[in-house]
Design a protein around this ligand. Structure first.
Ligand SMILES: Cc1cc2nc3c(=O)[nH]c(=O)nc-3n(C[C@H](O)[C@H](O)[C@H](O)COP(=O)(O)O)c2cc1C
Length: 263
């Protein structure tokens, strides 16, 4: 059994039953759990008007329960769209580093993310001190594609003799990196995107790196040697270089029209 249902508080309104997609709740005099079908999505707990339902795994996490008025949205369409419009990839960063408290604030965005099968297994790595070692590890993996991608060749030259290049060929002027791991690609990307959007609200910026991600595609086993504490069933699905922007952009530019197929 995954739920605790307080019979004293339950008013048998049936709202928990109505939102359960696993048919795991029935109502008699009060609500009760019928089996072990629950995947701990928490819908029953979130909708209960009398605080009668609690998920056992979240006992002790009551400080995470926050009541809100569902009719009052804290952002509107215009403001959010304007915020999205003003986003650009940032590759030129100040020397100032992001501190742990600020990273913790960003991870809050991921904490509230949806995940496939409600696995909630998205895991982050924040690379700072070990960034150069990590990048060498990445190079050892992606160098097999050096002939195909000039950027990887440049990266190789940089690793061999970094004095010849003005900027890092993969990190530009970035010096902190967030990697996102999960068993499910979509869940990782969703979590990372939320973290990224929150970063902009704190005056931070960054860009995604395709070449760092290649290391997982080319040799996952070897990549994971760098992260002995992370479950090998998880893949690295996002690499986001992050920092305080040195350059600020001033206008939007057009994008290719997005095709939408209504069927
Ligand atoms: C999945 C993904 C991978 C990317 N890889 C790189 C990269 O390796 N290096 C880089 O400088 N920018 C990278 N970018 C940033 C794109 O080049 C950038 O989004 C594009 O040039 C448009 O600029 P904007 O983001 O400012 O609109 C990547 C973006 C995405 C979404």
């Amino acid at each position: 059994m995954k739920l605790m249902i307080d019979a004293e508080k339950c008013i048998a309104c049936g709202q928990c039953k109505s939102v359960c997609i696993r048919d795991n709740i029935e109502i008699d005099e009060v609500a009760y759990e019928t089996g072990s079908n629950c995947f701990e999505c928490g819908h029953c707990m979130a909708i209960c008007p009398s605080d009668a339902v609690t998920l056992k795994i979240f006992k002790g996490h009551e400080d995470r329960i926050e009541k809100y008025n569902p009719k009052e949205l804290p952002v509107n369409y215009h403001d959010l769209l304007q915020f999205l419009k003003q986003r650009r990839s940032i590759r030129w960063f100040k020397k100032k580093k992001i501190d742990k408290d600020t990273f913790d604030k960003l991870i809050e965005g991921a904490y509230y993310s949806p995940s496939a099968q409600n696995e909630q297994d998205v895991e982050f790595v924040i690379l700072d001190k070990k960034l150069n070692d990590f990048m060498k590890h990445v190079y050892d993996i992606i160098k097999v594609e050096e002939e195909e991608f000039f950027r990887i060749k440049e990266f190789g030259d940089y690793v061999r003799d970094n004095s010849t290049k003005k900027y890092h060929p993969l990190l530009w002027t970035g010096h902190q990196l967030i990697l996102t791991f999960s068993t499910d690609k979509t869940s990782a990307v969703i979590a990372n995107t939320r973290m990224e959007l929150l970063a902009y609200t704190l005056g931070l910026g960054g860009f995604y790196s395709l070449f760092i991600l290649k290391s997982d595609e080319i040799d996952h086993e070897k990549l994971m040697e760098f992260f002995p504490g992370i479950d090998k069933n998880k893949h690295m699905y996002s690499a986001f270089i992050i920092g305080y922007p040195k350059k600020r952009f001033k206008k939007t530019i057009p994008h290719k029209e997005i095709k939408v197929n209504y069927m």
